[in-house]
Design a protein around this ligand. Structure first.
Ligand code: ADP
Ligand code: MG
Length: 236
């Protein structure tokens, strides 16, 4: 088992606006196999934090430690429309040079995990929003990473589809024992899913809340409202 994910006093500004910190003095440790949520208002730096963790952006200063295998699913799936479902899932496997049989087996395994085994020959335009998001998750999982980063994966979906995907994501998390860091701007979603929730304000962690409720959780549970309120209070 490798170490978890660690950010130590990370600062990040973008070249176009060097005077503004997108992320500042950001210190966070996420344990192996933890389900961690980052919440905060639009523009507070959540996506930048994920990009720093996965290595798509470099910190201006500070250190980032990540496991060898780490994978990110971008906002609303971001599939390649000219590729079939299976070809989309296969993309990262081809890039790293896996053989055809292995690619096929991994695609099958993870499409089955997201309940899309019968959609492998379809194109993204033939799928619903929820199905496209499932393909994005399968693609991120197919490289069998130790950590999965999700950037507002369900923000464009209706509430019934979101409920289904919440259940499935928790099942996948349990089955794969993967570390998950998920960004959300919906506090209730974080309370429903996470072991711990980090509140981001102005590029910094404002506070971290542990959710002690047992799973499966429902927003009608008696403790749910109290936990959501506690989280809201961290934001102001
Ligand atoms: P969030 O995901 O919480 O909405 P972001 O991480 O996307 O926040 O953005 C944080 C800040 O960094 C915002 O002010 C945003 O405008 C800025 N920013 C994000 N990406 C870039 C980029 N590629 N170039 C310049 N500024 C950026
Ligand atoms: Mg974002």
């Amino acid at each position: 088992m490798t170490d978890g994910i660690r950010l130590n006093k990370v600062y990040k500004s973008y070249p176009t606006t060097p005077e503004k910190w997108a992320v500042r003095d950001f210190t966070l440790e996420v344990k192996n196999q933890e389900f961690f949520c980052l919440v905060g208002p639009s523009g507070c730096g959540k996506s930048t934090v994920l990009k720093l963790i996965v290595g798509l952006e470099k910190p201006t200063s500070g250190q980032v430690q990540r496991p060898m295998g780490i994978s990110m699913d971008f906002q609303s799936g971001a599939l390649m429309p000219w590729l079939t479902v299976e070809e989309n899932v296969a993309f990262g496997l081809k890039m790293r040079g896996d053989g055809a049989q292995k690619i096929h087996d991994l695609c099958n395994k993870y499409l089955e995990m997201v309940n899309l085994q019968h959609f492998s020959e379809k194109y993204p335009r033939e799928l619903s929003g929820g199905q496209r998001q499932r393909v994005g998750i399968a693609r991120a999982l197919a490289v069998e990473p130790q950590a999965l980063l999700l950037d507002e994966p369900f923000s464009a979906l209706d509430s019934i589809t979101t409920d289904e995907l919440h259940k499935d994501l928790l099942a996948i998390w349990k089955q794969t024992k993967i570390t998950i860091i998920m960004v959300s701007h919906i506090l209730e979603e974080a309370v429903l899913l996470a072991d711990r929730i980090g509140v981001v304000v102005d590029g910094s962690i404002r506070g971290i809340m542990e959710v002690s409720m047992p799973r499966p959780r429902k927003d009608s549970d008696k403790d749910f409202e109290r936990e959501a309120k506690k989280l809201k209070e961290l934001m102001v």
